[in-house]
Design a protein around this ligand. Structure first.
Ligand code: GLU
Length: 449
């Protein structure tokens, strides 16, 4: 949620900047045009947050620019009227499939606050559907707000509430779209994949990197592609649908277990790791599926999660106390993001590395009471703990190698420990390839695809 910032905050700007602003009666949150070096830009005046001599303007494409006052010409522009979209009238078309859109928040459910230039999670489902009217031509659309928050604030408890909601409602729809912030969409997609195994309908998570009211927004295209995928494919299960490239021509549908956000801001940030995307979809409804086998098992929601699980990155200088502290506060599982093939500094080779022996003994102690699983911070490629002695010794100490992204492994470990209190059963489940989460054969084409 943004904090309202009024005109007083101009005090934060330097006297030179304030003078220019005062002359034009411009306050924070006002629209203005700025001319500098022959280039004219339009946007919203932002509060000063850094150098007081730099004027910060949020451009209409969503980016902020910083401008020094020399040679600058500014002009106040009329504030845009907030046109609230008309409420949708739902007229059911029996010839069309029906999709439920569940909103959880994030940029896709946001708009720019013209007071502050910041982005708020404030859009209603009606706003969103009204801003993408083409959706109604694809399917009958129903929409509900489940949460209204940025995805960095989502807790495993939210995943469980969302999974319960989907398990309760899925039979009434041909598919479900979950709108979600992009930061943690891949955690939620992994959680829903484990909790809703064998769900016989498509559950497609969709985010956007730019809010729906910006010209450069990817929200509409991602939503339209997700709806087309639901209507035109035989897919069942959990997946993420996002822009495939920087052009607005098609989206990829990624497996909910193998997808990852790989860039902070690009519209094509999402990539399938070590596998190819499930499908390529266009807004007009062309669907190119890659090899896909529809799951045939019985749908049984398994909605539980142990929250005392951590995701810990190994690094040079890693100290045994970092790991030990989790044991001390009762954590039952740790996913290590190891170096290379799945390593951690456990070799005491000189005076400086003497403490590495302590890390090994902490690991041995912790694997007697809980689970330590190993992934790789390389992200791509298999964890190979039989190649070097370090990997072998770690395995002898009880570390379990898993072939997943660190995030999917973290979610799996929390889910596994939520299913059983029996440590041996949980360890076996971690090794088991329950639903294709452990990549057995890496597709070489998938590297940096
Ligand atoms: N950090 C926010 C979130 O993940 C906004 C980012 C986005 O949705 O792209 O919800």
């Amino acid at each position: 949620m943004s904090v309202g910032i009024k005109g007083d905050d101009i005090m934060d700007y330097s006297p030179a900047v304030k003078k220019i602003l005062a002359k034009e009666k411009i306050e924070v949150g006002n629209r203005l045009s700025v001319e500098k070096g022959g280039k004219i830009s339009e946007g919203v005046l932002m509060p000063n947050t850094g150098d007081p001599n730099v004027l910060v303007v949020k451009l209409d494409n969503g980016y902020n620019v910083g401008l020094t006052p020399e040679g600058i010409k500014i002009k106040k522009l009329a504030q845009p009227k907030r046109v609230l979209p008309k409420k949708m009238k739902y007229e059911r078309d029996e010839s069309k499939k029906t999709i439920l859109i569940l909103h959880t928040g994030g940029t896709i459910a946001s708009r720019i606050d013209y007071e502050t230039g910041a982005v708020n999670t404030s859009i209603t489902p009606e706003d969103l559907i009204a801003s993408v009217p083409e959706l109604a031509a694809i399917a009958n659309i129903r929409a509900e707000i489940v949460f209204q928050m940025f995805s960095e604030d989502l807790e495993p408890d939210h995943w469980m509430l969302l999974a319960k909601k989907i398990a309760q409602d899925y039979e009434r729809y041909d598919g479900i779209i979950v709108t979600h912030g992009t930061d943690t969409i891949h955690y939620t997609s992994a959680a829903l994949s484990f909790m809703l195994q064998n769900i016989p309908k498509p559950v497609i998570l969709v985010g956007s990197q730019r809010s729906s009211d910006r010209g450069s927004s990817d929200a509409a295209m991602n939503l339209l592609c997700a709806a087309q995928f639901i209507v035109n494919s035989n897919f069942a299960g959990v997946a993420v649908c996002m822009h495939a490239n920087m052009d607005d021509d098609y989206c990829y549908v990624h497996s909910g277990l193998h997808v990852r956000k790989m860039h902070t801001s690009r519209r094509d940030s999402f990539r399938s790791i070590d596998v190819m995307p499930i499908a390529k979809v266009s807004t007009s409804g062309t669907v190119e599926m890659s090899e896909y086998k529809k799951p045939s098992g019985e749908f049984k929601p398994l909605i539980a999660f142990e929250k005392k699980v951590a995701l810990v990155k190994v690094h040079p200088g890693f100290n045994h106390r970092e790991l030990e502290s989790y044991g001390k506060i009762g954590y039952r599982g740790i996913v290590l993001e190891g170096t290379g093939l799945g390593h951690a500094p456990i070799n005491a080779v000189d005076k400086l590395t003497k403490h590495h022996a302590l890390l090994l003994s902490v690991i041995k102690k912790m694997t007697k009471k809980g689970i330590i699983a190993m992934t790789s911070q390389c992200l791509y490629g298999k964890v190979g703990m039989n190649v070097y002695s370090t990997g072998r010794v770690l395995q002898e100490a009880g570390v379990i190698p898993v072939q997943m992204t660190p995030e999917a492994a973290f979610v799996k470990l929390g889910w596994v420990l939520g299913q059983t209190k029996n440590l041996e059963v949980a360890k076996n489940l971690m090794v088991e390839n329950i639903m294709g989460e452990q990549i057995e054969r890496i597709d070489p084409k998938a590297f940096l695809f």
